[in-house]
Design a protein around this ligand. Structure first.
Ligand code: ADE
Length: 224
């Protein structure tokens, strides 16, 4: 899978790809991520990428030409399954969207800043708009990193235990059950007997019941 991320702050996107599962997936060539500095497409001597909004009001708006030129250049090299704008007014990101994006070959993620992008970019190029939650961040970079992490860990071979990603929270609209490891007892708190029983069927049943119970308590909306 190939991911192009268009950003005004490439430095914000360095670390998320240099650790753990995502780093290994990139090393194994399951994913390949290119960070593109939108400033390189800025106009004039000052490499301008923003301007005051028509109609007045506070804040600056990202202008059309740098983004359009950048996207056109990328589209000349590849066919994209989706061109995604990270924005707080987009569709709320969840595991189902991550699952479906993980099947794509090529995607572009566009990170917004300031008051956002000229709406004509949305009309002309953007095929999906995604929000990571109902709060406003300084820009789309951290949301883009979160989206990439959620997608890349799903790619076949990214996690050594193949079944592990499937047992994550949310995969079947249930939260994951509690997990335990050694020691079997700590400060009087014991690991549930069933997990030491060696009986896979009973363990599966217990985990499923715990998932339902946890979801009922923390996220009842997922059950309805
Ligand atoms: N950019 C700023 N805030 C955001 C959010 N909550 N989700 C996606 N992109 C954003």
């Amino acid at each position: 899978m190939h991911i192009d991320i268009i950003t005004l702050h490439p430095g914000l996107l360095e670390s998320p790809f240099q650790h753990s599962i995502v780093k290994r997936a990139i090393e194994k060539k399951l994913a390949d991520v290119t960070i593109i500095n939108l400033r390189d497409y800025g106009l004039g001597n000052y490499k301008q990428v923003d301007d005051a909004p028509f109609g007045g009001g506070a804040g600056m708006v990202m202008t059309i030409e740098p983004i359009a030129n950048c996207i056109e250049e990328l589209k000349a090299q590849r066919t994209y399954d989706d061109i995604i704008y990270m924005t707080p007014d987009g569709e709320r990101f969840n595991q189902q969207i991550a699952n479906s994006l993980s099947m794509h070959q090529n995607i572009i993620l566009l990170c917004g800043h300031y008051k956002g992008i000229d709406d004509r970019i949305r009309q002309l190029y953007i095929t999906k708009e995604i929000s990571i939650g109902d709060y406003v961040l300084s820009g789309g970079e951290l949301p883009a990193a979160i989206l990439c992490d959620a997608i890349i860990r799903l790619l076949p071979g990214a996690i050594s235990d193949e079944t592990s990603a499937l047992s994550d929270s949310f995969q079947d609209n249930l939260l994951a059950p509690p997990v335990y490891t050694r020691p079997a007892e700590y400060k009087g708190l014991k690991v549930p007997d069933v997990l030491l029983s060696g009986n896979p069927k009973q363990i599966d049943n217990w985990r499923h019941e715990q998932s339902i119970e946890k979801t009922r308590k923390s996220r009842p909306d997922l059950l309805s």
